[in-house]
Design a protein around this ligand. Sequence first.
Ligand code: 0RA
Length: 638
Amino acid sequence: MTTSQAGDYAAKDITVLEGLEAVRRRPGMYIGSTGPRGLHHLLWEVVDNSVDEAMAGFCTRIEVTLNADGSIRVKDNGRGIPVDKHPKTKQSALTTVLTTLHAGGKFETGAYQVSGGLHGVGVSVVNALSERLDVEVVRDGFLWTQSFKNGKPVGSVKKVKPAKRTGTTITFWPSKEIFTETTTYSFSTVAARLREMAFLNKGLEIVLRDERGDEPVVETFRYSGGIVDFVKHLNSTKQPIHPHIIYLDESGDEAEMEVAMQWTDSYTETVLSFANNINTHEGGTHEEGFRKALTRAINEFARAKGLLKDKDPNLVGEDVREGLTAVLSVKVRQPQFEGQTKTKLGNTEIRGFVEKSLNKLLPEWLERHAGEGRQIVEKAVNASRARVAARKARELTRRKSMLESASLPGKLADCSSRDASVSELFIVEGDSAAGPAKQARNSETQAILPIRGKIINVEKARLTKALQNAEIQALITAIGTSIGEDFNLEKARYHKVILLTDADVDGSHIRTLLLTFFFRHMRPLIEAGYVYIAQPPLYRVKMGKEIRYLADDGELERLREEIGNRKVDVSRFKGLGEMNASELWETAMDPERRRLLRVHLEDAALAEEIFSTLMGDNVAARKAFIQKNAKDVRFLDV
Ligand code: 0RA
């Protein structure tokens, strides 16, 4: 907005309205998309503002309510958005914050801001994309309110009545014109993000209420241990190899950092990093500093205690991080977010800050807990031995040639197209289903890879072992991207990898094994949106001449309600193998008629929890988890 001269209200107002019109014209520029992700962004934006108040030390409680009428209310007990009139604009600061692009943040310096990244676009963007938004502020002894329609004020700020304490309540109704796909929030997505926020802001109480169902659902997140509780939570289904969760923190002029970590007996590493509460999926300078200091501290401790001899080579980062669960959180005054998804921290000064802090703190901790230090080193030494042995056995070169070899697996029925963007790979369970699938397919664009029996559970095996598994080898060569650090998305031979498994327990087990493999070793394939789940129907219903395929019992029930007591002929499919080629084509393969669910991992921590719980050793935890989440298979259905 340009500065306007006194009295030049009309011109000023036009500039403001134009600003928000731009948001409505190109919403994707501001919130990424107008799909479910963009919709959720609106809420993150509002919550971020309240969390900023908490980080500044003025807010202790945030309440998020998913209302029955489709609106969302976010209430905090911060200072309240200022309502006083700006001497220049003659407009209440409240109106300015809600109607001016990028004017949402604090005016004072000194506070951390979640700006520049995914969020931080300002609540005015939420206002612009809401058909209605009501704001209530308690401040200066009064309740103040204002309402908006599509970003435009419906009236001026009203001084309603005297009121005690302070705070801000924003209620918004996402615009159905903008969010054409859906305006419904997912409870589990919101809960996961709010829980993460509560972990990252020690002591902050965040309450989530869902008033949309018959019975209200309430979850309260408050962690007095902060990220230590986060690590405890991530490791709740794993077996720690030492008792204490390591917690280290440091604050400097330019930033604050804290890290919590604990090693378990697993073979994978889980390092979650955050900058100003934003999950830095792509890493960045804070992670680089952390990794460097960690590798150094463990090596120095190992040598000092004689656990590594002079002749032994150093442990490499990969060895040191095997089985590690860590949460690294930094708060930076002016974060720079880079990378494809703007989730990579770019501030160069942070690398040195984190590394230097940990170069001091880590050795101190290890000295004070020498017994635990030894256990950690022992694990790293074992990892190192396994790695060296594998290399000695030419495992690495074999793996390279295997993964890069031009020869495709024998049982792959490939498609003829070499254009990956139109090519699809169906991973089909069992030979009996593979036959009809091969017959039915469009062989130009659809390839079939049969998977026999159970593939190896990569959660319980080191990578070298997993790579000896024939099913895994076939999978990797067929997809073409290689895995782990060698992964290259551009080499993907298909832009749709579709899991086609039975609708029964075995089918869902195989599906989870496959997803676990993708999650651990080909995560960018999921992140790129290339992994899908086909949903073959459970029922075929004949109603006279019409045939309908129904996904589940719920759909069958709805159909019965719909048709009353008309006579229908219902048959239940037992498995894919029972379908003939044309049925399989119609229900699971024909791009015009099939149902596909795209798999995506919005929240790394929840994904981690799901995979380690579903595929790990803790049977009780697995049972409890499945019972709790039976209706909400988010990772399998969003
Ligand atoms: C601008 C300035 C101040 C606070 C806020 C905005 C503020 C915004 C939101 C949005 C949701 N909750 C919020 N709480 C506060 C500082 C006010 C002061 O100095 O007293």
